[in-house]
Design a protein around this ligand. Structure first.
Ligand code: FE
Length: 139
């Protein structure tokens, strides 16, 4: 992973073989980014995406293999108990141009992954909401 800063905007290049979510977490910690948003595109052949069951309040996840375009990564950066917390979703397209998507748990880059990160001055922490079953924004 390499990156370059322009004001509060960072251009992040995650390289072949690297895992996207882990790389972005390391990047945020290295640059002390506690609040911001993410947009990206790329390619991956090994992903785990999830969906949250709002009734059962559990995540289920599935592995996705084979060549996929990451047609969109979108997400936010906040903190939970002061620690970097990433919430990222992704939409993928396979070789038949069919799209699937979900909560992005992990993605190993097979080509490139280009992520633009916008840092926001401030800090927003999360806390677990038992009513929803998720770590919600505490504003
Ligand atoms: Fe999510």
């Amino acid at each position: 992973m390499t990156y370059k800063r322009f004001g509060n905007t960072y251009i992040v290049s995650i390289e072949k073989g690297e895992e996207v979510v882990e790389s972005l977490k390391r990047f945020c910690e290295a640059e002390n980014i506690k609040l911001g948003y993410i947009t990206g595109i790329g390619a991956s052949n090994k992903l785990v995406i999830g969906i949250f069951d709002t009734k059962e309040k559990v995540y289920s996840s599935t592995e996705v293999a084979g060549e996929h375009e990451i047609t969109s990564i979108t997400g936010n950066i906040t903190t939970m108990k002061g620690q970097t917390y990433l919430h990222i979703h992704a939409t993928l397209a396979n070789s038949r141009f069919e799209a699937i998507g979900g909560h992005l748990n992990s993605a190993v880059v097979s080509g490139v992954c280009e992520v633009f990160v916008q840092k926001v001055e401030g800090e927003v922490d999360r806390e677990f909401d038992p009513n929803v079953g998720l770590n919600v924004l505490r504003l």
